[in-house]
Design a protein around this ligand. Structure first.
Ligand SMILES: [Fe+2]
Length: 473
């Protein structure tokens, strides 16, 4: 269980390095670019970032063409990185790490707008011709998808601006809109859902959800007509969030007595059409939502509580041999009836599932059958996610890819050309092979998880977060 090898600093940056095949063959039809975001370093001088989510953002690019793959990686060079490297200290607040401010700096911090966008290391998106790196603070980084250079920090200051957002916007393919929300703190805090068409700087409000104690919400779901907003009982005091000099996540407290609150917002009108409450749970990631008859189906990778956040502190992760890692979650289905108030809940599979993905282009907001993710082989509670899994939501069955001492991360589905089946395509994942001290790019057939190819990477990539494949077409 040497996944801690994936939690070390990576200083090496390479440009368009051809990857060598270890085995198999890359499908020649695979043309496009896989862009992945995640942490690249966890220390600045003698100072340590405390949490896995705090690592300084690095982009990874895998370009596929005619059976060959080129790889590049580069740090995102916002001020959080450049000033931190220059001063060899933590300069800006992070998810769970506060800078070591002097008394004067603390006073200044009280009166200024919180610094944002200094470490957009969670996900990537494309809107129009622009490639964007995202995190939960509202500023967004535009980068060059060929060189991975950091080109611009976009800090929209408009009627939908807030202090917090998600790194998981959705794309409404039918209406050609990107949709996300801002959380604005105040005496009456509110989530403001907004949309933008091909330009992240031109945002229009969709609807607002007022809230007394805002929840930590990492993602949301969207069906064809509705936004499904799920507020877990990990809640913050807005004033402490705005004026307290404590790390962001330390402002939140677990209050299970509040339950989990669902709000259904109609995309076309912005009206709240339904609200529900059910037992307390926690999730980082929604899988998808879709309408069927008078119900909305919402799939999520849920956990009983939010203790996972504490378990992802680097000190715990690096030393947790034999102790549980509560990152594990399961695929739960929530059935929201539009004509009454009783939520129904089903566990689709007993297997662990995190970083869930689907055939997004074909099924986001519409009925999906297959969910891909990372999981835990033979329920090894003490280990980090160590297998890839595909769950069939119709049957509850699953297939896995597993290899001893290997740690794969978020699987990305790419459909085959002219495919008709939902799972006709490949799965792309990067894998830490701790026994051989290397990482490799893994390509699986999505139907049965047979291995099609693996290619050696030039270095160990720190365990990371989210990716997207952008087809050449
Ligand atoms: Fe995420």
């Amino acid at each position: 269980m040497n996944y801690a090898k994936g939690l070390q600093d990576l200083d090496n940056e390479v440009t368009h390095a051809p990857l060598q095949l270890i085995s198999g063959q890359v499908p020649p039809w695979l043309k496009g670019t896989l862009l992945r975001n995640g942490p690249g370093r966890f220390s600045l001088g003698n100072e340590q970032l405390l949490h896995w989510f705090d690592g300084l953002a690095m982009l990874h690019r895998f370009h596929f063409d005619s059976g060959n793959v080129q790889y590049s990686n580069r740090f995102i060079t916002t001020r959080g990185y450049t000033e931190g490297m220059e001063k060899q200290k933590i300069v800006y607040p992070a998810f769970a790490t506060a800078p070591n401010y002097s008394f004067l700096q603390s006073i200044i911090h009280w009166f200024k707008k919180p610094e944002s966008g200094q470490n957009p290391g969670v996900s990537v998106a494309r809107l129009g011709s622009e490639y964007l790196a995202l995190t939960e603070s509202p500023a967004i980084v535009r980068f060059d998808d060929h060189t991975l250079s950091t080109d611009e920090v976009i800090d929209c200051d408009d009627e939908v601006s807030g202090e917090i957002t998600t790194a998981h916007p959705h794309y409404d393919f039918a209406n050609k809109y990107l949709i996300n929300f801002s959380l604005k703190f105040g005496r009456q805090s509110e989530y403001i859902y907004f949309k933008c068409n091909n330009n992240i700087r031109k945002r229009e409000p969709i609807g607002r959800i007022p809230v007394d104690l805002p929840s930590y919400i990492h993602s949301f779901a969207m069906s064809e007509r509705y936004i499904v907003h799920v507020a877990f009982p990990l809640v913050a005091n807005p004033l402490r969030m705005r004026f307290g000099n404590v790390p962001y996540i330390k402002c939140f407290q677990w209050k299970p007595e509040r339950g989990t609150r669902f709000t259904v917002l109609e995309k076309s009108s912005g009206k709240i059409v339904k609200q529900y409450q059910t037992d307390a749970c926690f999730a980082f990631h929604h899988v998808n939502a879709y309408e069927t008859g008078d119900d909305i189906i919402v799939d999520m990778a849920t956990k009983p509580d939010a203790s996972v956040i504490d378990d992802l502190y680097l000190e715990h992760l690096r030393t947790c041999q034999g102790r549980p890692v509560r990152a594990h979650s399961q695929l739960q289905r929530f059935i929201l009836p539009l004509k009454n108030d009783e939520i129904r809940q089903e566990t689709i599979s007993q297997e662990y599932l995190e970083m869930p993905t689907i055939h997004y282009r074909g099924h986001n907001g519409r009925n999906h059958r297959y969910v891909y993710g990372i999981g835990s082989y033979q329920d090894r509670h003490e280990d980090f996610e160590n297998q890839l899994i595909k769950i069939d939501t119709d049957t509850g069955t699953h297939v896995i890819w597993y290899e001893e001492d290997c740690y794969p991360w978020e699987p990305i589905f790419v459909p085959a050309p002219n495919s008709s089946d939902e799972d006709d395509g490949v799965i792309l994942s990067t894998v830490l092979d701790s026994k051989n001290d290397q990482c490799f790019l893994l390509i699986l057939a999505a139907k049965d998880f047979t291995e099609m190819a693996r290619l050696a990477l030039p270095h160990i990539i720190p365990l990371g977060f989210h990716a997207q494949f952008f087809s050449q077409s």
